[in-house]
Design a binder for this molecule. Structure first.
Ligand code: COA
Length: 254
């Protein structure tokens, strides 16, 4: 079955994570499909907004941990980095509908979305440290900026989850709705945007993001270099192996 579904209608491209049995964890092939879809959406004048969504019960459990073990990204052109560059520089409106857990990149990709509609069951987390890793997708820059350092430290150092109310208060998401309504709301808002003059949308988004655009690009590169190195280090190998073996990691020797 196709693990990334892409549907374009009435000016809106919808990208759906469709790997629910593995909690919508994202493989290299899935990142590649999403990066390609974003590039196509950027180039196609008939696409005026993009919606990213998962399932009513799970947005995404983050990177596929088995992939981290067997095929870690090794160059800046790896699909995961292409996807990060794609969402962080996407010029047209980017929306997300988020329900259930949003882990790792499931949360960090939201820092790059313009409008996020969350189910009241949404739970956001960035447990990179717990996996022996560091933040990615410029979240080491964007999380402290959005949340304040204190809450960012709880989220990024302790890896503690935060819920939809907290995400709304800090401005990471735009509205909280019952899970069954999140995807439909995102579609309605995307269609409203698709009816507006695209040049005005693109210029407005560019101006809103201008202050941070180069800092975000630079941070994605710096994080990527550290992340790529840390994937091979003992702490991360122990965390991934423990996850695959369904046991608690033992960091006493790393
Ligand atoms: N990579 C690979 N497989 C994953 C996965 C991931 N990130 N997250 C979940 N899965 C798989 C599980 O191994 C399990 O597979 P199995 O049925 O073959 O045993 C299946 O998805 C269901 O996961 P499970 O943990 O049983 O579901 P849950 O409802 O109890 O918990 C989560 C859901 C999202 C809280 C939990 O799966 C989780 O914490 N996942 C890891 C998150 C993570 O650390 N991601 C990396 C961030 S960088």
């Amino acid at each position: 079955m196709n693990e990334i579904l892409i549907d374009t209608s009435a000016g809106v491209m919808t990208i759906t994570l469709n790997r629910v049995e593995k909690k919508n964890s994202i493989t290299s092939a899935m990142y590649a499909a999403m990066a390609d879809a974003l590039a196509q959406a950027q180039a196609d004048d008939d696409v005026r907004a993009v919606v990213l969504q998962g399932h009513e019960t799970i947005f995404s459990a983050g990177n596929d941990i088995g992939d981290f073990l067997t095929a870690p990204p090794s160059t800046p052109d790896a699909p995961v980095f292409r996807f990060m560059r794609g969402i962080s520089t996407f010029p047209k409106p980017l929306l997300a509908a988020v329900c259930g857990p949003a882990v790792g990149i499931g949360t960090t990709l939201l820092f790059h979305c313009d409008l996020v509609y969350a189910g009241d069951n949404a739970a956001f987390s960035m447990p990179f440290v717990n996996l022996g890793l560091c933040p990615e997708a410029a979240s080491s820059y964007l999380a402290p900026q959005l949340m304040g350092y204190g809450r960012a430290a709880e989220a990024l150092l302790l890896g503690e989850p935060f819920m939809a109310e907290a995400a709304l208060e800090m401005g990471l998401i735009s509205r909280i709705v019952p899970p069954a309504e999140a995807a439909a709301l995102a579609q309605r808002q995307a269609q409203k945007l698709a009816a507006k003059p695209i040049s005005a949308l693109i210029e407005t988004k560019r101006l809103m993001k201008k202050g941070q655009a180069s800092l975000v690009a630079e941070r994605i590169g710096e994080e990527g270099a550290s992340f790529g190195r840390m994937l091979h280090e003992p702490a991360a190998r122990e965390a991934f192996t423990a996850f695959m073996e369904k046991r608690k990691p033992d960091f006493s020797k790393v």
